[in-house]
Design a binder for this molecule. Sequence first.
Ligand SMILES: NC(=O)c1ccc[n+]([C@@H]2O[C@H](COP(=O)([O-])OP(=O)(O)OC[C@H]3O[C@@H](n4cnc5c(N)ncnc54)[C@H](OP(=O)(O)O)[C@@H]3O)[C@@H](O)[C@H]2O)c1
Length: 330
Amino acid sequence: MRAAITDSYGDADVLSIAEIDRPEPGDDEILVKVFAAPVTTADWRLRAAAFPGIMALPGRLMMGLTRPKNPVLGLAFAGRVVARGSDVSRFRLGDPVFGFSGAGAHAEYLTVKADGPVALKPKAITYEKAAAVPFGGVSALVFLRDFAGVKPGQKLLINGASGGVGAYAVQLAKIMGAEVTGVAGTDNLDLVRALGADRVIDYRKQDVSASGDLYDVVLDTVGKLPYTKARRILKKTGRYVPLEFAGREILQALLAGLTGGPKIVLAVSGDKREDIEHLARLLETGELRGIVDSTYPLADIAAAHRRVETRHAKGAVIVTMEDREPSPDQ
Ligand SMILES: NC(=O)c1ccc[n+]([C@@H]2O[C@H](COP(=O)([O-])OP(=O)(O)OC[C@H]3O[C@@H](n4cnc5c(N)ncnc54)[C@H](OP(=O)(O)O)[C@@H]3O)[C@@H](O)[C@H]2O)c1
């Protein structure tokens, strides 16, 4: 099968397309024919060893010292079940599925645990839009619900509201009943409004931290709104929740814990099955939309990585396989 592989850390040119063996499903696994998979900021970080701050060494120790341990990147996918292990009863052959793979989704076939973070793809949703959801959707859900503890009626500011995580954070925060202010650049303000934000701020024209408003939660998805600025617009009981953090934020979190004032919440999201199933239900009812910035054939995966690296993608960047089924709404 064809796959995008990387045999060293480096710029997007380290990626190449190769023929590799198709994986065989174990007893508790399904074999998925992949139709679409996102290239996420996590894939860019892993390909470039761009682990933030103090994570530089631990990142390499965990992911591979000189190159990614798994040469095929791709942590999420959408596709169809084409084989299953002898112990699998959760999925049938032919089921359309989407979810997390951990790695290996930038390939024509993929094996995943049948009881893992995988769900049936809602029929009316394209494979591209389904593949756009797991990474940003589950991260946004976990950060808002579990780390920020968002409650109905709370005032929430989302910095980077049009990105891979932000586009879902806006939609999910509205579903949770929050009052949402979304921050993005000029070209993306209409998208952020369309996703449900009550107010938008153009960071190119206005200093977000000088708005005079006070929020219960500031979620910074792009690492551009440091705590020193965010605290000016947070209530005393508020929470600053950065998705990108390093040594500085760890120190600030300790100090904020001692001195009082807005709390800093530092955490990493996971990939639970019930969360992807929850998002599948929201896609089914139309409450949640998959947001696709752009699609590239697998052969052009380096261009997809470069697009992600700009940090100006709107939602998810997707690679599609040559031999894929037409999606329902195409
Ligand atoms: N800790 C965890 O568990 C976890 C989980 C998931 C992701 N992450 C991390 O979270 C980060 C966010 O990921 P992502 O995929 O959402 O990023 P992304 O897709 O690259 O974010 C891009 C968005 O950010 C906006 N943006 C760029 N500069 C901005 C600025 N100065 N102010 C406000 N918005 C700005 C862009 O809007 P414009 O084009 O209008 O500029 C664009 O829509 C990544 O670093 C990722 O590694 C962490």
